[in-house]
Design a protein. Structure first.
Length: 77
């Protein structure tokens, strides 16, 4: 089963020409786990209604964690 993380981050100004999330990730404000994509989408929708997100100062990211695409299910899970 794939799990999902819904992450609320601060948007920071671009330093240089390209943002490098691996070298300097955006500051996380909140992280919530979800067991299904539908649940993650509902949580993300609630975050997107926040004023700071609507004003462009924060952003919402939905990240799949756990099983990779193309993984073979063993045991019917």
């Amino acid at each position: 089963m794939t799990r999902f993380l819904v992450v609320l981050t601060d948007v920071r100004p671009v330093e240089g020409e390209v943002r490098d999330e691996r070298r300097a990730p955006e500051r996380r404000r909140q992280v919530v786990g979800a067991s299904s994509r539908e649940a993650a989408d509902r949580i993300a929708g609630a975050f997107m209604a926040l004023g700071m997100v609507r004003a462009g100062r924060q952003r919402v990211k939905v990240i799949a964690v756990g099983r990779r695409h193309g993984a073979v299910s063993v045991g019917g899970d």
